[in-house]
Write a protein that binds this ligand. Sequence first.
Ligand code: 6MZ
Length: 377
Amino acid sequence: MDAEMERNVDAEKEMREWCVALPKVELHAHLNGSVRNSTLLELAKQLAEKGIIVFEDVKDVIMKNGRSLPECFKLFDLFHILTTDHDTVTRIAKEVVEDFAAENVVYLEIRTTPKNNEAKGMTKRSYMNAVIKGLKEAEAVDVVLFDSNSRRNDTLTCTPTIELDGDTKKRRIYVRLLLSIDRRETTLAALDTVNLALEMKDQGVIGIDLSGNPVVGEWETYLPALQHAKELGIPITIHCGEVANRKEIQAVLDFCPQRLGHVCCLNDVEWKKLKSLMIPVEICLTSNVMTGGAPSLELHHFADLYNAKHPLSLCTDDCGLFSTSLSNEYFLVAGTFGLSKPELFHLAQEAVQYIFADENVKKSLKEVFKDAGKRLT
Ligand code: 6MZ
């Protein structure tokens, strides 16, 4: 390796480490899309031993790189076979929060679709209880699940175990839950999810998401549930424009949710409307490029929104499925669009404004960034 190449490798390594050290806010992460491959493989082995699946077939699907959008949704059905019993849901929730905390995500909104599964004795409520149990079991990190001024989860308060920068303390991560409505669901099922969100608002549930295969279902099916959430004052985020469904994109913009995910296939008129509404956008670079929502990293609409100073936040979408991490998404933005460290820091810091948690949490996060700013900028 010549001297210049060596310098480039060192600079890349240093930048990657800086992106990991940067405190980050994750606003768009699906629980079942964020499961470690090693866990999926272990679960697949267990099901193969019971004769439910053929391990080799599943292994190839899990380890495949590069997936189209339809392939992703086939894979989610497989993931759900692997993960849907209470203990497994608890395990993946625990691992996912530990993984995000390990790369200095300081605030995480994790979204998941509450599932009914009669065969496993699972209801939407018991599924969510299993998720929350997992968050509470993440003992390696200090998970703050409730509002600090209401029922702080006392069992989760910090007991020192991890060495960090010479200090003995756990990494603190604020976690909130968004309940997803799957586009395959009926109006009644979607309404159940909204009512569950209301019921669980003291347990860390803070908002509603609309997601699922974008070529399935009709906007009118979910609208009553979304309208109900709006009337209840529950913040909403919607997957928008993963495919070019003009009628739906228009309807979503008219609905004006608190945040939007993706916004890939907007035409000029819709683009203008989005910008005038200033709805914060959850940007998922790797996911969009891998599923074809954006033609390439270089041509991703991040650049346009960033240059227009549109409110946005970098997110992973499905870090397990797309083999990425939030640190990697910041690293990609630096390399692709030439953002400097102060600009990346500002981008991460600005995301605090778009979280669904209350002003107390925002205040605490601002302190976290203020502190980190002294070290990182
Ligand atoms: C739309 C997506 C998605 O809810 O079982 N999901 N919906 N677009 C995407 N971009 C690729 N990625 C994930 O997590 C998996 C579920 O999240 C939604 C799908 O409904 C998927 O089944 P949970 O935890």
